[in-house]
Structures are given as structure tokens and as C-alpha cells.
Design a protein around this ligand. Structure first.
Ligand SMILES: *Cc1c(COP(=O)(O)O)cnc(C)c1O
Length: 242
């Protein structure tokens, strides 16, 4: 199934619509909607527009660039929402990421894990929840760790004193036909289940961060616990810089 992109023009109304749609899909596959966190991805949209989502009850906001998030957090406040970093994190922005974000979904290397852990100590941050981004498509252009190296990264994260591994994230390749994305979601869930069995998430439930505007329905059917939705809430993005 393809998701219906909101028919109204107001982000607050669309957020409500999407939430209702998540409930419908969850019910259809015998899941509780409460176990699915809707993360509103506000990249390229102004703090003023994000404010409308907050007014409509958004609890979780996601950004893919540290600099952009920093500017919006300066306006909206660090405590206005739970802030999620969903884009690739460069080493030189890691300190700011430790200060700014509640969750980092894009952990993709052992060097980044060790750096984040050191910075947590430095910044007096006791605990930083992280998700490992897995590159299931093995595309050169996509970030994320290859499946073959996942075990090593998990072991590293578990040795870090401040990082808390809470789940896995993936960004599958784009397909017109959303059914083609399903195998990627299914694979991420298998990997999560295997790690869960090994106790890799400790007390955490083993989040599955997968599903975007186009394919969140399929993602929920396959077990997503965090969906990252931008355009279906805020509208089509203009290219950066325009
Ligand atoms: C932009 C982005 C999203 C949201 O994509 P939409 O198609 O606008 O819903 C989700 N995840 C990541 C990592 C993104 O960069």
C-alpha cells in the first residue's frame, strides 16, 4: 500500500491525520499505536513551521544536520521536544550532537562510537541513546554500517560506558513501488531480533527506526517502532539553499 499524503495544507492538521493513519495501520496488524513513535522530520523547514507541529502535539522532532538542528533548538528550546539526529554525523560535529540530541539514529562506525563516548564523559552526559544505522542496500552513497560489520560495532558500543544501544535504523533505497522496500524492513527486524536474543539492548526494547512518508505503512507492518516522517507532514521540501 502507498500512504495517502495529507490533503490539508496545514502541518498541524497533517500531523493529526498521520497519527490517525498510524493508528489505523497498527490496528490492522494487531499492534498498539502507542508503541510507535512518530518523529516529525523538519529538515529544510523553519522553526516557525516546526512550532505548528509542536502545537499539534508532536513530541519528537528529527533533523539530519547538526547545524540546522542547533539553529532551531536555539529558537524552540532544548526541552521543546525529544530531538533526534537522523542524518550522517561527521566526527567534527560529534560534540555538538552530544549536547543537542536525545537520540542519535546514525551511528555507523566504531570510531564514531568511541568518540561519542569520550565526548559524553567530557560533557558530563551520563547516557546517550544510540541506534546503529545499517546499510542493507550496500550502496556506496548511503551511510550506515554494512551488515557484516554490525556485530563488531555492537560489541564496541556495549563496551562504551555512556552509549546506550537502543535499536537499529535503516534508510532503504527509493522505490516507486513500496512493496519493494518490504524485504529491507524485514531484514532489519531479523537483525534486531537476533541482537535482542543476545541481550544487546539490555533493558531497552530494541527500537526499529524505519519508514518515511512514502512507506511508513509497510514499515509498521514489519514492526517499526519509530517512523521518521517529513514531507507527509510539512509538504514537499524545496532544495537546500532556495
Ligand atoms: C528526510 C529524511 C526522512 C523523512 O523523509 P520524508 O520522505 O520526507 O518523510 C527520514 N529519514 C531520514 C534519514 C531523512 O533524511
Amino acid at each position: 500500500m502507498t500512504n495517502v499524503i495529507g490533503t490539508t495544507t496545514n502541518p498541524s492538521e497533517r500531523l493529526v491525520e498521520i497519527r490517525r493513519e498510524i493508528e489505523t495501520i497498527a490496528r490492522r496488524c494487531n499492534r498498539a499505536a502507542e508503541e510507535i513513535t512518530l518523529i516529525a522530520i523538519g529538515k529544510t523547514y523553519s522553526a516557525e513551521i516546526l512550532k505548528m507541529a509542536l502545537a499539534a502535539g508532536a513530541t519528537d522532532l528529527g533533523e539530519n544536520r547538526v547545524q540546522e538542528a542547533e539553529e532551531k533548538i536555539a529558537v524552540l528550546g532544548r526541552d521543546a521536544a525529544r530531538w533526534h539526529l537522523v542524518g550522517h554525523l561527521q566526527a567534527n560535529k560529534a560534540r555538538r550532537a552530544v549536547r543537542l540530541f536525545d537520540f542519535i539514529h546514525s551511528l555507523d562506525s566504531t570510531s564514531l562510537a568511541l568518540r561519542l563516548d569520550r565526548l559524553c564523559a567530557d560533557e558530563g552526559r551520563e547516557e546517550l541513546p544510540v541506534l546503529i544505522q545499517v546499510d542493507l542496500a550496500e550502496e556506496e552513497t548511503k551511510s550506515g554500517i554494512e551488515e557484516a560489520n554490525l556485530g563488531t560495532l555492537v560489541a564496541t558500543v556495549r563496551k562504551c560506558s555512556s552509549l546506550r544501544l537502543v535499536g537499529l535504523m535503516t534508510l532503504p533505497p527509493f522505490f516507486e513501488n513500496v512493496e519493494l522496500v518490504r524485504p529491507y524492513f524485514r531484514r532489519l527486524r531479523q537483525l534486531r531480533d537476533d541482537l535482542q536474543r543476545e541481550g544487546a539492548f539490555g533493558e531497552a526494547r530494541g527500537e526499529l527506526s524505519m519508514g518515511m512518508s512514502q512507506d511508513f505503512g509497510v514499515a509498521i507492518e514489519e514492526g517499526a517502532t519509530m517512523v521518521r516522517i517529513g514531507t507527509a507532514i510539512f509538504g514537499e521540501r524545496k532544495p537546500h539553499g532556495s
